[in-house]
Design a binder for this molecule. Structure first.
Ligand SMILES: Cc1cc2nc3c(=O)[nH]c(=O)nc-3n(C[C@H](O)[C@H](O)[C@H](O)COP(=O)(O)OP(=O)(O)OC[C@H]3O[C@@H](n4cnc5c(N)ncnc54)[C@H](O)[C@@H]3O)c2cc1C
Length: 299
């Protein structure tokens, strides 16, 4: 529940918020569930889509799907930021009977009237609103004076050096970069950051190596997940990952193997990432191996 907005408005981006939402959902008997993204960028841009997919499954399992309308409300012009993935994810929303409301720039949440109101006067009524409020950087960044209007740090997209301060490097969610705010991005950046910090200390030219690489599983329900792998220039494409043809994981397609990959990642996190061991076959810079180009997709 968000402060001052009553019992019908919830979020899952904090621990307390997730617990409160779980309790609310357990007692939810039907009506309109609006899943809403207020403004980009947000941490893990696919998280609200996962929530919509898993809600659909949850209500089906509780045999009450016919009593729930699910609406996905986004400020974007499609289900996701990039066209090929948007088409796949948009179709998946449609197949599940989840209504997509795009280009919705929320002016306010009318908690008493139970509706979202956009600047252009559109309204989305709800019985339960699960919103992702505007994500901002930490207060610590504001206190440092290095922040932009969303409390992120203006950062060179390829060297990861602060644009304003030569002796500051930035990775992870704190940057203002157009790469996803995702753990995988922070990880790939960290591999390249070390090299540049060493170069800066030795007063050598920096390597402009970071390409915006992001790699992300999207839980789609029913023990299946989609895997996307992309960077600044290449949008998520279908194909195989990490190897062409043999994969084994399919890209941009729901599969059991991707779901198992996501579960296995827990072990990888604790036993490899935290111990600073390199993950084999997944380089910091995105590889085109196994990806099918849009021309081939259209054909
Ligand atoms: C609901 C949700 C789902 C997500 N799902 C995924 C996913 O499936 N895959 C994925 O890759 N990413 C996912 N993410 C995104 C991922 O969690 C973040 O992108 C990632 O954690 C960013 O790492 P970071 O180190 O930049 O920041 P953080 O992980 O936020 O780390 C910053 C740390 O700084 C600490 N800190 C703050 N202020 C101070 C201070 N003054 N002094 C000392 N320490 C301080 C904080 O306590 C925190 O531990 C998800 C995020 C959310 C919210």
């Amino acid at each position: 529940m968000l402060d001052g907005l009553g019992d019908s408005v919830h979020e899952f981006y904090t621990v307390d918020g997730s617990v409160a939402l779980a309790e609310k959902l357990a007692g939810f008997t039907g009506g309109t569930l609006a899943v809403h993204v207020n403004e980009m960028p947000i941490k893990c841009p696919v998280a609200p889509l996962e929530f919509a997919f898993l809600s659909d499954l949850c209500f089906k399992r509780r045999k009450m799907r016919d009593r729930v309308e699910i609406v996905y409300v986004t400020p974007l012009s499609a289900a996701f930021t990039k066209p090929v993935a948007s088409k796949v994810l948009g179709t998946m929303l449609e197949e599940r009977g989840i209504r997509l409301v795009t280009d919705f720039s929320a002016e306010r949440v009318d908690a008493a009237g139970k509706k979202l109101v956009s600047y252009d006067g559109r309204e989305v009524p709800f019985d339960l609103l699960v919103t992702v409020p505007t994500n901002m950087g930490d207060e610590l960044i504001e206190r440092s004076g290095m922040d932009d209007e969303l409390r992120f740090i203006p950062t060179d997209p390829h060297t990861l050096r602060s644009k304003a301060h030569q002796n500051v490097f930035v990775i992870g969610d704190a940057t203002d970069l157009p790469s996803s705010k995702a753990g995988s991005v922070a990880h790939f950046q960290s591999e390249l950051l070390t090299e540049n910090v060493l170069r800066a200390i030795k007063k050598e030219p920096l390597a402009a190596e970071f390409d915006g690489h992001s790699n992300c599983f999207i839980e789609t329900g029913g023990r299946k997940a989609i895997l996307i792998d992309f960077n600044y220039d290449v949008e998520p494409l279908p194909g195989r990952f990490p190897f062409p043809v043999i994969g084994p994981m399919p890209l941009l397609k729901p599969s059991r193997l991707n779901h198992l990959g996501k579960l296995a990642f827990r072990w990888v996190y604790w036993h490899m990432l935290l111990k600073a061991r390199k993950i084999p076959f997944i380089p910091a810079k995105m590889s085109m191996a196994g990806k099918i180009f849009p021309r081939q997709v259209e054909g």
